[in-house]
Design a binder for this molecule. Structure first.
Ligand code: RRO
Length: 296
C-alpha cells in the first residue's frame, strides 16, 4: 500500500485528469472495467461552476510524438457533476480525486466547499493550469496568484488539496513552493505545454480555440526535468506525469522523486496502457531501491 496524503492507494498509477472517461468506459466494458480497473486512484475531468460546451472544433491536432488539444473544459457544471457523474464515479473501486477549476476565487471556493461535502470524494485537485480558457491567462503560471487561490480555499475543506501545475511557468518549483506555503497537500505536474498548429489549407489556426496544450512523448523530457526540480523543492508528495508510455519511463518519474505517476495521452492510444505499465513496474523497483538508498 502507498500513502497519498493519508489516503491509501494499492499502487502509484493514476490517470491524468481528462484523459480517461471512466463513465463511458463502464458503459462500454460493463463490470469488467471495475474488476480490472487500470488505475490506483481516479482523477475526474476538471469541472467548473457553470456548465460549459467547450471549445469549437477542431479540438485535436496530432504532432510528431504528441497531441495538441483544445477541448476547453466541457462539463456539466458543479451541480450536474454532483447529481449525475459523482454517483457513477463513486462506484469505481479506487479513491476518487475531483479536479476543479474556478474563473475567480469565489467560483473556486464554491467548487471546493460543495465537492468537499461529499464522502465519495477522497482528494481535490485544483487545476490552476488549463491552457485552453478564453482569457488565455493561466493562474498557475504565477507563484503569488497560485498562493492566493490555495489560501482562499484551504479553510473550506479538510480533504487533501492537490495543486496541478503548468509547465508554462518561468519556474514551476517556485510555484510549487508557494502552493506548499499556502497549504497545499500535494503537487501534480505537468499539465500541457501551450502549442499551436496552422490549418494546412491556409494560414490561420487549425484548432477552434486558436491555441492548445501539447502532451504525449514529445513533452516527456520537459516533464521529467520539472518533476525532478519540484520534488527537490517541496516536502509534499508529487504526482508526476507527461508523456509516460512505458513502465521504464514511469520508473524514471519515480526515481526523479514522484510518489505517484499518471498516465494521460497514452491511454487514448491504448486504453490498457495503465494496466500494462502497472504490471511491468515491478521489474524496475530494484532501480528505485538503488535510487532511494543513494539519496538517503
Ligand atoms: O479541457 C481542456 O482543454 C484541458 C484542460 Br481543463 C487541461 O487542464 N489541460 C488541457 O490540456 N486541456
Amino acid at each position: 500500500m502507498l500513502d497519498l496524503c493519508g489516503v491509501e492507494l494499492a499502487g502509484p498509477v493514476l490517470n491524468g485528469s481528462g484523459t480517461f472517461d471512466a463513465i463511458a468506459a463502464r458503459r462500454a466494458f460493463g463490470d469488467a472495467l471495475l474488476e480490472r480497473f487500470p488505475f490506483d486512484a481516479f482523477v475526474s475531468k476538471t469541472i467548473t461552476l457553470a456548465p460549459r460546451e467547450g471549445n469549437p472544433p477542431p479540438r485535436l491536432w496530432e504532432t510528431p510524438a504528441g497531441l495538441i488539444n483544445s477541448i476547453g473544459l466541457p462539463n456539466k457544471g458543479l451541480e450536474g457533476f454532483l447529481r449525475s457523474d459523482l454517483p457513477q464515479l463513486a462506484q469505481l473501486p479506487v479513491p476518487l480525486i475531483v479536479s476543479v477549476m474556478g474563473f475567480s476565487h469565489k467560483e473556486l471556493a464554491s467548487l471546493v466547499a460543495r465537492v468537499s461535502e461529499r464522502d465519495e470524494v477522497g482528494l481535490i485537485e485544483l487545476n490552476v493550469s488549463c491552457p485552453n480558457v478564453e482569457s488565455g491567462l493561466i493562474m498557475g503560471a504565477d507563484p503569488a496568484e497560485t498562493a492566493r487561490a490555495v489560501e482562499a480555499v484551504r479553510p473550506l475543506t479538510t480533504k487533501p488539496l492537490i495543486v496541478k501545475l503548468t509547465p508554462n511557468a518561468t519556474e514551476p518549483a517556485a510555484v510549487a513552493r508557494c502552493a506548499q506555503e499556502a497549504g497545499a497537500d500535494a503537487i501534480s505536474l505537468i499539465n500541457t505545454l501551450k502549442g499551436m498548429a496552422l490549418d494546412p489549407r491556409g494560414s490561420g489556426p487549425w484548432l477552434g480555440g486558436g491555441t492548445g496544450g501539447l502532451s504525449g512523448p514529445a513533452v516527456r523530457a520537459v516533464a521529467l526535468a520539472q518533476v525532478h526540480s519540484v520534488a527537490r523543492s517541496v516536502e509534499l508528495p508529487v504526482i508526476g506525469m507527461g508523456g509516460i508510455a512505458t513502465a521504464a519511463q514511469a520508473a524514471d518519474f519515480l526515481a526523479a522523486g514522484a510518489r505517484c505517476i499518471a498516465i494521460g495521452t497514452e491511454s487514448f492510444r491504448d486504453p490498457g496502457a495503465a494496466r500494462r505499465i502497472a504490471a511491468d513496474l515491478g521489474e524496475h523497483f530494484h532501480r528505485l531501491d538503488m535510487h532511494r538508498t543513494r539519496s538517503g
